[in-house]
Ligand binder design. Structure first.
Ligand code: ADP
Length: 605
């Protein structure tokens, strides 16, 4: 029997011996309170859990012995039990005890039985488990985000190779449509057999496999890098396979496209229609095809060993130009095609057209294509020779034709035959036209051969322009030629050749403006240069032709217009003459509005 001696701690009741025996044997801590919350009884377990001895607690107000506990959940819940007279059960952390306690409070008349259980271990294990689960959820989420929109599928299959789990399957499938099925349900039979073979090998050997596989699903071919690993249970026994399939279809297509373009390039290189070489910006060669080696006359070993480099192969007078081409290629990636001669091993020269492009920006590696144009050049030379000889040969008979025409005209004139004299005058004009054509042809061939000669005298510009205009105006009745401005200056050069330039430009201005009635000539002086501009109001020149009309035999074709006769020599000769005088010739033109040709020449200082 448990009794209390102190009068203020007078127990309201007592427990019998048998009850005490039972309460001492249970694993819960047990505390019995009277209506004033005084401890009537507590078992040994309660001492251990509450870290208080019986001496401290018996007869004392239970809550007083735990400072601050009246504000705690423990207090509130026991009050609830008393007030409602209903049992209450809860788990709460007791900071004073550093424990999680499960409490069951059973109210009875004037009494409250409290059962305490230290559940710290259980709660901590639970918390740990929650933490682990949270971590797992986070890492799963991370995996989900990482795989989202990626081309990686992860999967698990059982021993029969049925899918038990799949994540991020191919877009045509959902995980639900795959789980429970086998590879044979999706791909062609021989592909399924191959996949099964790989996976069964992993099941049998326990060794992982990585292999590229091809699958056909609904007629769509895809390629994957397949990883298969054995799936083991906690005892280490193999229960299936797991792994990932990385969709590499796009990469495969790119590889194929690359392979095909490589094949095309190699075919081009091996065809030897063009010389091809690979070199860096310093001129060191890395590779060359047979045609390039034939062009330069060196062996592959000589070229690749570094014995031969650009400078050795390029004529000195072309090296500056070549450096510019290389710079432009480095800047833009593609070099402009240009004509260059190669110095061959035997010292001879071979003309080529070469174009190249940088294909490795870091190492500045370029691939270049070289076309041997010696055959074409030879033909051109033969043609130039022919023009030169033909124009020479034509000159003599034309001169004597002109001579005899004059004699005949004079004689018939003396005899009073006016009609044949008129005919001979027209014949004389045509002979003049022929003479000009032949002389232009001769000039073109001389320019080509660099044999056109120039006098070096002081030429009065205003006189030159006036004389040309006057002689034109005598024969031209359709157009009025108006000179604006004066120069009051001289240039050094060949008066006759400069006259030829102005004559060409003026006759073009008249020829190509059949519906106009005037041509304007402007003379101005700007920064030591005289500018002579000849403006017509004719058919104009389409933009796409404008930078080519100074080339030999080039003629711009005016669609829809009447076809103008000519051979495309005048502007080329004019261009060369002006260039030799240190000047420039340019054009501004608009179709249907007219053209302005401007010659600029340096003044005689
Ligand atoms: P040709 O006049 O004999 O054809 P040119 O060398 O003088 O040869 O001129 C070359 C081309 O430039 C001409 O065919 C013509 O198409 C164009 N051209 C030259 N001058 C003019 C001009 N004033 N107006 C329009 N087109 C012109």
């Amino acid at each position: 029997m448990n009794t209390y001696s102190a009068s203020q701690n007078q127990p309201a009741f007592a427990l019998d011996k048998q009850s005490i025996q039972i309460l001492e044997s249970i694993s819960d801590g047990f505390v019995l309170l009277d209506s004033a919350c005084r401890v009537v009884y507590m078992n040994t377990q309660a001492e251990t859990i509450l870290l208080r001895t019986r001496q401290e607690l018996l007869g004392a107000n239970f809550w007083d012995t735990f400072p601050g506990s009246v504000n705690s959940v423990f207090y509130a819940r026991q009050q609830e039990a008393i007030e409602t007279q209903q049992p209450v059960q809860f788990v709460e952390y007791a900071p004073l005890l550093h424990k999680w306690i499960e409490v069951r409070a059973y109210p009875a008349a004037e009494k409250l039985a409290l059962y305490f259980l230290d559940v710290t271990q259980r709660i901590e294990a639970q918390k740990e488990q929650e933490e682990v689960e949270k971590e797992l959820r986070v890492s799963e989420e991370r995996l989900r985000i990482a795989l989202k929109n990626s081309s990686i599928t992860v999967y698990q299959q059982d021993k029969d190779l049925r899918y038990t789990w799949i994540y991020n399957p191919l877009p045509a499938f959902t995980p639900e449509s795959v789980v429970g099925k086998m590879d044979a349900d999706f791909v062609l039979p021989h592909e399924a057999a191959h996949l099964t073979d790989i996976k069964q090998r992993v099941l049998a050997t326990g060794q992982g496999v990585v292999e590229e596989v091809k699958t056909t699903i609904d007629a769509g071919v895809s390629f994957a890098e397949l990883t298969v690993e054995p799936l083991r249970d906690c005892t280490g026994a193999i229960v299936g396979v797991t792994g990932a399939a990385i969709n590499i279809t796009q990469r495969k297509h790119m590889e194929e496209a690359l392979r095909q373009s490589e094949v095309k390039l190699n075919t081009l290189i091996d065809s030897n229609i063009l010389g091809v070489f690979i070199a860096d910006a310093t001129g060191k060669f890395y590779d060359a095809n047979d045609e390039f080696l034939r062009i330069i006359g060196y062996s592959r070993e000589e070229v690749i060993s570094g014995k031969v480099c650009w400078n050795k192969l390029t004529p000195p007078e072309q090296q500056e130009e070549e450096a510019k081409v290389v710079q432009s290629m480095i800047a833009t990636g593609i070099g402009p095609a240009w004509e260059k001669d190669y110095i061959r091993k035997d010292g001879s020269r071979i003309p080529t057209i070469i174009g190249g492009a940088i294909f490795d920006k870091e190492k500045l590696l370029a691939i270049a294509f070289v076309l041997d144009i010696s055959g074409r050049k030879e033909l051109e030379e033969r043609k130039d020779n022919f023009i030169s000889i033909a124009s020479h040969e034509l000159k003599t008979p034309i001169t004597s034709l002109k001579g005899y025409t004059h004699i005949l005209k004079r004689k018939l004139d003396q005899q009073g035959f006016s009609e044949p004299v008129g005919m001979l005058a027209r014949m004389d004009t045509q002979i003049d036209h022929l003479t000009r054509l032949v002389s232009d042809l001769l000039d073109v061939s001389k320019i080509q051969a660099g044999r056109l000669e120039y006098a070096q005298v002081s030429v009065d510009i205003d006189t030159l322009v006036c004389e040309v205009v006057e002689s034109f105006q005598q024969t031209c009745s359709t157009h009025t030629i108006i000179i604006h401005g004066v120069s009051n200056n001289h240039v050094v050069g060949d008066g006759e050749r400069l006259e030829q330039v102005l004559t060409n430009l003026l006759s073009n201005a008249i020829k190509y403006s059949p519906n106009a009635d005037k041509v304007d000539i402007y003379i101005t002086t700007v920064k030591g240069q005289v500018l002579i501009s000849i403006q017509d109001y004719g058919v104009g020149i389409p933009q796409k032709h404008q930078d080519k009309i100074f080339e030999r035999f080039y003629r711009a074709y005016n669609e829809g217009d009447k076809i103008f006769t000519g051979l495309g020599m005048g502007l080329n000769i004019s261009y060369e003459i002006v260039k030799r005088h240190g000047g420039k010739i340019s054009v501004e033109s608009e179709e249907g509005i007219g053209s302005t040709f401007t010659v600029s020449l340096p003044l005689d200082s």
